[in-house]
Design a protein around this ligand. Structure first.
Ligand SMILES: Cc1cc2nc3c(=O)[nH]c(=O)nc-3n(C[C@H](O)[C@H](O)[C@H](O)COP(=O)(O)OP(=O)(O)OC[C@H]3O[C@@H](n4cnc5c(N)ncnc54)[C@H](O)[C@@H]3O)c2cc1C
Length: 342
Protein backbone atom coordinates (compact mmCIF):
# COMPACT_ATOMS: atom_id res chain seq x y z
CA UNK A 1 0.00 0.00 0.00
CA UNK A 2 1.31 3.47 -0.86
CA UNK A 3 0.26 6.08 1.65
CA UNK A 4 0.93 9.84 1.71
CA UNK A 5 0.85 11.72 5.01
CA UNK A 6 0.66 15.51 5.01
CA UNK A 7 2.34 17.01 8.09
CA UNK A 8 5.30 15.98 10.21
CA UNK A 9 4.12 16.99 13.68
CA UNK A 10 3.86 14.35 16.38
CA UNK A 11 0.69 12.98 14.73
CA UNK A 12 2.01 12.56 11.16
CA UNK A 13 5.46 11.38 12.25
CA UNK A 14 4.17 8.68 14.63
CA UNK A 15 1.59 7.49 12.10
CA UNK A 16 4.33 7.17 9.46
CA UNK A 17 6.46 5.17 11.88
CA UNK A 18 3.61 2.78 12.72
CA UNK A 19 2.84 2.24 9.03
CA UNK A 20 6.45 1.47 8.11
CA UNK A 21 6.83 -0.91 11.07
CA UNK A 22 3.66 -2.94 10.55
CA UNK A 23 3.97 -6.69 9.80
CA UNK A 24 3.08 -5.87 6.18
CA UNK A 25 4.47 -2.34 6.02
CA UNK A 26 3.17 0.44 3.81
CA UNK A 27 5.32 2.57 1.53
CA UNK A 28 5.05 6.01 3.10
CA UNK A 29 5.62 9.45 1.61
CA UNK A 30 5.63 12.05 4.41
CA UNK A 31 5.21 15.70 3.40
CA UNK A 32 6.79 17.99 5.97
CA UNK A 33 6.11 21.42 4.50
CA UNK A 34 8.92 23.91 4.17
CA UNK A 35 10.15 25.22 7.50
CA UNK A 36 6.82 25.59 9.29
CA UNK A 37 7.55 22.87 11.86
CA UNK A 38 9.64 25.48 13.70
CA UNK A 39 6.28 26.99 14.75
CA UNK A 40 3.96 24.03 15.02
CA UNK A 41 2.01 22.74 18.03
CA UNK A 42 4.41 19.86 18.61
CA UNK A 43 7.24 22.36 18.96
CA UNK A 44 5.42 24.65 21.42
CA UNK A 45 3.71 21.90 23.40
CA UNK A 46 3.98 21.66 27.18
CA UNK A 47 3.99 17.86 26.75
CA UNK A 48 2.15 17.03 29.99
CA UNK A 49 1.30 13.32 29.99
CA UNK A 50 -0.82 11.33 32.45
CA UNK A 51 -3.35 8.50 32.39
CA UNK A 52 -6.39 10.24 33.86
CA UNK A 53 -8.87 12.19 31.78
CA UNK A 54 -12.52 12.66 32.87
CA UNK A 55 -13.70 11.13 29.57
CA UNK A 56 -13.08 7.34 29.77
CA UNK A 57 -12.22 6.97 26.06
CA UNK A 58 -9.64 9.77 26.34
CA UNK A 59 -8.29 8.21 29.53
CA UNK A 60 -7.81 4.89 27.73
CA UNK A 61 -5.79 6.50 24.90
CA UNK A 62 -3.73 8.57 27.34
CA UNK A 63 -3.03 5.66 29.68
CA UNK A 64 -2.18 3.30 26.80
CA UNK A 65 0.24 5.89 25.39
CA UNK A 66 1.90 6.45 28.73
CA UNK A 67 2.16 2.72 29.43
CA UNK A 68 3.87 2.23 26.07
CA UNK A 69 6.29 5.11 26.66
CA UNK A 70 7.13 3.90 30.18
CA UNK A 71 7.63 0.35 28.90
CA UNK A 72 9.99 1.24 26.05
CA UNK A 73 13.55 2.46 26.64
CA UNK A 74 13.55 3.81 23.06
CA UNK A 75 10.35 5.83 23.52
CA UNK A 76 11.50 7.14 26.91
CA UNK A 77 14.75 8.32 25.33
CA UNK A 78 13.17 9.70 22.14
CA UNK A 79 10.49 11.62 24.05
CA UNK A 80 12.67 12.76 26.97
CA UNK A 81 10.03 11.43 29.38
CA UNK A 82 10.33 12.80 32.92
CA UNK A 83 8.24 11.15 35.62
CA UNK A 84 7.12 13.88 38.00
CA UNK A 85 3.56 12.74 38.77
CA UNK A 86 0.32 14.63 38.15
CA UNK A 87 -2.68 16.09 39.98
CA UNK A 88 -6.02 16.48 38.19
CA UNK A 89 -8.98 18.22 39.84
CA UNK A 90 -12.01 17.33 37.69
CA UNK A 91 -14.62 20.04 37.11
CA UNK A 92 -17.53 19.86 39.54
CA UNK A 93 -19.95 17.10 38.50
CA UNK A 94 -17.48 15.23 36.27
CA UNK A 95 -17.37 11.51 37.02
CA UNK A 96 -14.09 9.76 37.81
CA UNK A 97 -14.95 6.10 38.48
CA UNK A 98 -14.83 4.70 34.91
CA UNK A 99 -11.64 6.55 34.00
CA UNK A 100 -9.95 5.51 37.24
CA UNK A 101 -10.73 1.84 36.53
CA UNK A 102 -9.06 2.17 33.12
CA UNK A 103 -5.99 3.95 34.51
CA UNK A 104 -5.68 1.36 37.28
CA UNK A 105 -5.75 -1.45 34.73
CA UNK A 106 -3.15 0.11 32.40
CA UNK A 107 -0.94 1.82 34.98
CA UNK A 108 -1.48 -0.31 38.10
CA UNK A 109 -1.13 1.49 41.42
CA UNK A 110 -0.53 4.87 39.80
CA UNK A 111 -3.72 6.82 40.58
CA UNK A 112 -5.24 7.73 43.96
CA UNK A 113 -8.35 9.76 44.69
CA UNK A 114 -7.82 12.47 47.32
CA UNK A 115 -10.08 15.07 48.94
CA UNK A 116 -9.95 18.84 49.10
CA UNK A 117 -8.00 18.88 52.37
CA UNK A 118 -5.22 16.71 50.91
CA UNK A 119 -5.13 18.86 47.76
CA UNK A 120 -4.57 21.94 49.92
CA UNK A 121 -2.14 20.36 52.37
CA UNK A 122 0.01 18.21 50.08
CA UNK A 123 -0.43 19.80 46.66
CA UNK A 124 -0.77 23.52 47.45
CA UNK A 125 -4.10 23.77 45.60
CA UNK A 126 -5.93 26.01 48.05
CA UNK A 127 -8.99 27.90 46.93
CA UNK A 128 -10.84 24.99 45.36
CA UNK A 129 -14.65 24.68 45.28
CA UNK A 130 -16.34 22.84 48.18
CA UNK A 131 -16.23 19.05 47.82
CA UNK A 132 -13.51 19.22 45.16
CA UNK A 133 -11.59 15.98 44.71
CA UNK A 134 -8.32 15.24 42.94
CA UNK A 135 -6.76 12.34 41.05
CA UNK A 136 -3.11 12.09 42.04
CA UNK A 137 -0.95 9.97 39.71
CA UNK A 138 2.54 8.66 40.37
CA UNK A 139 3.25 7.43 36.84
CA UNK A 140 2.84 10.68 34.90
CA UNK A 141 4.95 13.68 33.99
CA UNK A 142 6.00 15.31 30.75
CA UNK A 143 7.59 14.54 27.41
CA UNK A 144 8.98 16.75 24.67
CA UNK A 145 6.71 16.18 21.63
CA UNK A 146 9.26 18.04 19.47
CA UNK A 147 12.10 15.79 20.59
CA UNK A 148 9.94 12.71 19.96
CA UNK A 149 8.93 13.92 16.49
CA UNK A 150 12.55 14.77 15.63
CA UNK A 151 13.74 11.30 16.70
CA UNK A 152 10.93 9.61 14.76
CA UNK A 153 11.71 11.63 11.60
CA UNK A 154 15.40 10.65 11.89
CA UNK A 155 14.36 7.00 12.25
CA UNK A 156 12.05 7.28 9.23
CA UNK A 157 14.84 8.82 7.15
CA UNK A 158 16.96 5.75 7.95
CA UNK A 159 14.22 3.34 6.85
CA UNK A 160 12.31 3.26 3.57
CA UNK A 161 9.95 6.22 4.16
CA UNK A 162 10.38 9.16 1.80
CA UNK A 163 10.44 12.56 3.50
CA UNK A 164 9.51 15.51 1.27
CA UNK A 165 10.49 19.03 2.36
CA UNK A 166 7.58 20.32 0.32
CA UNK A 167 4.32 22.00 1.18
CA UNK A 168 1.15 20.32 -0.02
CA UNK A 169 -1.16 22.82 -1.72
CA UNK A 170 -4.23 20.60 -2.17
CA UNK A 171 -5.46 17.07 -1.58
CA UNK A 172 -8.06 15.30 -3.70
CA UNK A 173 -10.18 12.23 -2.96
CA UNK A 174 -8.76 10.21 -5.94
CA UNK A 175 -6.71 10.26 -3.63
CA UNK A 176 -3.73 12.48 -4.52
CA UNK A 177 -1.64 15.35 -3.23
CA UNK A 178 -0.78 18.45 -5.24
CA UNK A 179 2.52 19.91 -4.11
CA UNK A 180 3.53 23.56 -4.03
CA UNK A 181 5.86 22.71 -6.94
CA UNK A 182 2.85 21.77 -9.09
CA UNK A 183 3.23 17.96 -9.07
CA UNK A 184 0.19 15.70 -8.63
CA UNK A 185 1.08 12.45 -6.87
CA UNK A 186 -1.41 9.57 -6.52
CA UNK A 187 -1.57 7.05 -3.65
CA UNK A 188 -3.73 4.26 -2.29
CA UNK A 189 -4.52 6.48 0.70
CA UNK A 190 -3.82 10.10 1.69
CA UNK A 191 -3.88 11.25 5.32
CA UNK A 192 -3.96 14.94 6.26
CA UNK A 193 -2.16 15.34 9.61
CA UNK A 194 -1.51 19.06 9.23
CA UNK A 195 -2.69 20.10 12.71
CA UNK A 196 -4.13 23.63 12.84
CA UNK A 197 -3.38 24.08 9.12
CA UNK A 198 -5.82 21.25 8.27
CA UNK A 199 -9.04 23.36 8.00
CA UNK A 200 -7.34 25.74 5.55
CA UNK A 201 -5.81 22.93 3.47
CA UNK A 202 -9.23 21.27 3.20
CA UNK A 203 -10.87 24.56 2.22
CA UNK A 204 -8.16 25.19 -0.40
CA UNK A 205 -8.91 21.70 -1.73
CA UNK A 206 -12.66 22.39 -1.96
CA UNK A 207 -13.34 19.69 0.65
CA UNK A 208 -15.67 19.86 3.68
CA UNK A 209 -13.88 20.88 6.87
CA UNK A 210 -15.93 18.48 9.01
CA UNK A 211 -16.02 20.10 12.44
CA UNK A 212 -12.29 20.83 12.52
CA UNK A 213 -11.29 24.33 13.68
CA UNK A 214 -8.01 25.95 14.61
CA UNK A 215 -7.74 27.53 18.05
CA UNK A 216 -5.06 29.43 19.92
CA UNK A 217 -3.21 27.63 22.73
CA UNK A 218 -1.16 29.83 25.01
CA UNK A 219 0.85 29.49 28.19
CA UNK A 220 3.20 31.69 30.17
CA UNK A 221 6.50 30.86 31.78
CA UNK A 222 6.13 32.28 35.29
CA UNK A 223 8.18 32.96 38.37
CA UNK A 224 6.00 31.77 41.21
CA UNK A 225 8.01 29.82 43.77
CA UNK A 226 6.14 26.65 42.82
CA UNK A 227 9.18 24.44 42.23
CA UNK A 228 7.86 21.62 44.43
CA UNK A 229 4.47 21.42 42.70
CA UNK A 230 3.51 18.45 40.48
CA UNK A 231 2.06 19.06 37.02
CA UNK A 232 -1.60 19.89 37.59
CA UNK A 233 -4.93 20.59 35.90
CA UNK A 234 -7.66 22.44 37.79
CA UNK A 235 -10.72 21.54 35.74
CA UNK A 236 -13.07 24.17 37.23
CA UNK A 237 -11.04 27.17 36.08
CA UNK A 238 -9.12 25.29 33.35
CA UNK A 239 -5.77 26.38 34.85
CA UNK A 240 -2.94 23.93 34.19
CA UNK A 241 0.78 23.96 34.69
CA UNK A 242 4.04 22.18 35.18
CA UNK A 243 7.53 22.83 36.45
CA UNK A 244 9.96 23.74 33.66
CA UNK A 245 13.27 24.48 35.39
CA UNK A 246 14.33 26.00 38.74
CA UNK A 247 12.35 29.21 39.22
CA UNK A 248 10.27 28.76 36.03
CA UNK A 249 6.76 27.25 36.04
CA UNK A 250 4.56 26.91 32.95
CA UNK A 251 1.00 28.12 33.58
CA UNK A 252 -1.89 28.34 31.12
CA UNK A 253 -5.64 28.73 30.69
CA UNK A 254 -7.78 27.79 27.68
CA UNK A 255 -7.98 30.54 25.04
CA UNK A 256 -11.19 31.66 23.35
CA UNK A 257 -9.51 32.69 20.08
CA UNK A 258 -11.03 30.37 17.46
CA UNK A 259 -10.24 30.00 13.75
CA UNK A 260 -6.79 31.57 14.11
CA UNK A 261 -4.39 31.59 11.20
CA UNK A 262 -1.38 29.54 12.41
CA UNK A 263 0.94 31.74 10.36
CA UNK A 264 -0.36 34.96 11.99
CA UNK A 265 -0.56 34.04 15.66
CA UNK A 266 -0.13 36.78 18.27
CA UNK A 267 0.01 36.81 22.07
CA UNK A 268 -3.19 37.45 23.99
CA UNK A 269 -2.07 39.76 26.80
CA UNK A 270 -5.44 39.69 28.56
CA UNK A 271 -5.17 35.91 28.80
CA UNK A 272 -1.70 36.18 30.32
CA UNK A 273 -3.08 38.53 32.99
CA UNK A 274 -5.95 36.13 33.66
CA UNK A 275 -3.48 33.27 34.15
CA UNK A 276 -1.56 35.30 36.73
CA UNK A 277 -4.75 36.25 38.62
CA UNK A 278 -6.09 32.68 38.65
CA UNK A 279 -2.76 31.21 39.75
CA UNK A 280 -2.32 33.75 42.56
CA UNK A 281 -5.81 32.93 43.81
CA UNK A 282 -5.28 29.16 43.60
CA UNK A 283 -1.84 29.02 45.21
CA UNK A 284 -1.90 32.13 47.39
CA UNK A 285 1.58 33.23 46.20
CA UNK A 286 2.70 36.12 43.96
CA UNK A 287 3.06 35.07 40.31
CA UNK A 288 4.95 36.94 37.57
CA UNK A 289 4.70 36.04 33.88
CA UNK A 290 8.16 36.28 32.32
CA UNK A 291 7.45 35.01 28.81
CA UNK A 292 4.29 34.01 26.93
CA UNK A 293 4.20 31.35 24.22
CA UNK A 294 1.31 31.65 21.76
CA UNK A 295 0.61 28.67 19.55
CA UNK A 296 -2.40 26.73 18.22
CA UNK A 297 -3.89 23.32 17.66
CA UNK A 298 -6.64 21.72 15.60
CA UNK A 299 -9.84 21.31 17.65
CA UNK A 300 -12.84 19.13 17.15
CA UNK A 301 -16.07 18.32 18.96
CA UNK A 302 -15.89 15.69 20.38
CA UNK A 303 -12.16 16.19 20.82
CA UNK A 304 -9.41 13.69 20.15
CA UNK A 305 -6.65 12.76 17.73
CA UNK A 306 -8.07 10.02 15.47
CA UNK A 307 -8.20 8.84 11.88
CA UNK A 308 -11.39 10.05 10.21
CA UNK A 309 -12.47 9.41 6.59
CA UNK A 310 -13.11 12.42 4.38
CA UNK A 311 -14.85 12.64 1.04
CA UNK A 312 -16.75 9.90 -0.73
CA UNK A 313 -14.10 7.49 -2.06
CA UNK A 314 -13.04 6.38 1.44
CA UNK A 315 -9.32 6.72 0.80
CA UNK A 316 -8.75 10.27 1.99
CA UNK A 317 -8.53 10.82 5.76
CA UNK A 318 -7.67 13.35 8.42
CA UNK A 319 -5.54 12.47 11.43
CA UNK A 320 -5.83 15.51 13.66
CA UNK A 321 -8.25 17.06 16.19
CA UNK A 322 -5.94 16.71 19.20
CA UNK A 323 -7.70 19.77 20.70
CA UNK A 324 -4.80 20.81 22.91
CA UNK A 325 -4.20 17.32 24.25
CA UNK A 326 -2.63 14.99 21.68
CA UNK A 327 0.84 14.89 23.21
CA UNK A 328 -0.59 12.45 25.71
CA UNK A 329 -2.58 10.32 23.23
CA UNK A 330 -0.53 10.33 19.99
CA UNK A 331 1.41 7.13 20.73
CA UNK A 332 -1.76 5.03 21.10
CA UNK A 333 -3.83 6.97 18.53
CA UNK A 334 -1.17 6.43 15.84
CA UNK A 335 -1.26 2.66 16.44
CA UNK A 336 -5.07 2.58 16.15
CA UNK A 337 -4.93 4.73 12.99
CA UNK A 338 -2.25 2.60 11.33
CA UNK A 339 -4.21 -0.60 12.08
CA UNK A 340 -7.33 0.93 10.53
CA UNK A 341 -5.47 2.09 7.40
CA UNK A 342 -3.75 -1.22 6.78
C1 LIG B 1 1.18 25.58 23.57
C2 LIG B 1 0.71 24.15 23.56
C3 LIG B 1 0.79 23.39 24.72
C4 LIG B 1 0.34 22.07 24.71
N1 LIG B 1 0.46 21.33 25.83
C5 LIG B 1 0.05 20.03 25.82
C6 LIG B 1 0.23 19.21 26.96
O1 LIG B 1 0.75 19.65 27.99
N2 LIG B 1 -0.20 17.92 26.91
C7 LIG B 1 -0.81 17.41 25.79
O2 LIG B 1 -1.19 16.24 25.79
N3 LIG B 1 -0.96 18.16 24.68
C8 LIG B 1 -0.54 19.44 24.68
N4 LIG B 1 -0.69 20.21 23.56
C9 LIG B 1 -1.32 19.61 22.39
C10 LIG B 1 -0.36 18.81 21.53
O3 LIG B 1 0.94 19.32 21.60
C11 LIG B 1 -0.89 18.85 20.09
O4 LIG B 1 -2.21 18.27 20.11
C12 LIG B 1 -0.01 18.07 19.11
O5 LIG B 1 1.32 18.52 19.17
C13 LIG B 1 -0.57 18.26 17.71
O6 LIG B 1 0.30 17.61 16.82
P1 LIG B 1 -0.04 17.59 15.26
O7 LIG B 1 0.99 16.73 14.62
O8 LIG B 1 -1.47 17.24 15.09
O9 LIG B 1 0.09 19.12 14.79
P2 LIG B 1 1.40 20.02 14.59
O10 LIG B 1 2.42 19.72 15.60
O11 LIG B 1 0.94 21.44 14.51
O12 LIG B 1 1.97 19.55 13.21
C14 LIG B 1 1.35 19.82 11.98
C15 LIG B 1 2.44 19.80 10.93
O13 LIG B 1 1.85 19.88 9.64
C16 LIG B 1 2.70 20.64 8.81
N5 LIG B 1 1.91 21.17 7.70
C17 LIG B 1 0.88 22.05 7.78
N6 LIG B 1 0.39 22.31 6.56
C18 LIG B 1 1.12 21.58 5.69
C19 LIG B 1 1.10 21.44 4.28
N7 LIG B 1 0.21 22.10 3.52
N8 LIG B 1 2.02 20.62 3.69
C20 LIG B 1 2.91 19.94 4.46
N9 LIG B 1 2.98 20.05 5.81
C21 LIG B 1 2.09 20.86 6.40
C22 LIG B 1 3.21 21.74 9.73
O14 LIG B 1 4.43 22.27 9.25
C23 LIG B 1 3.40 20.99 11.04
O15 LIG B 1 4.72 20.51 11.18
C24 LIG B 1 -0.22 21.52 23.54
C25 LIG B 1 -0.30 22.29 22.38
C26 LIG B 1 0.17 23.59 22.38
C27 LIG B 1 0.10 24.37 21.12
Amino acid sequence: MRIAIVGGGIAGALLALRLTRAPRPAEVDLFLGEATSSRDASRASGGMVRGFEPDPAAAREAAESLAEIRGSATLREWSGYRETGSVYVPARGAGTADSLKIVDHLLPGSATLVDRAVLAREHRLRNLPDRAIGVVERHAGHISPHRLRTAVLAELARTNAVLHLTKVRQVTDDPAVRTAGGATLRYDAVVVAAGAWTPRLLADSGLPGESLRSKQVQYSVCQAGLDDLRPFVEGNSGLYGRWMRPGAFLLGLPSDRWDVDPDEISRDRALTEKVVTHAERLFGVPVRAVRTVASFDCYRDPPGLALRPLGTAGRLYTFTGGSGGAAKTAVAASRTAADALL
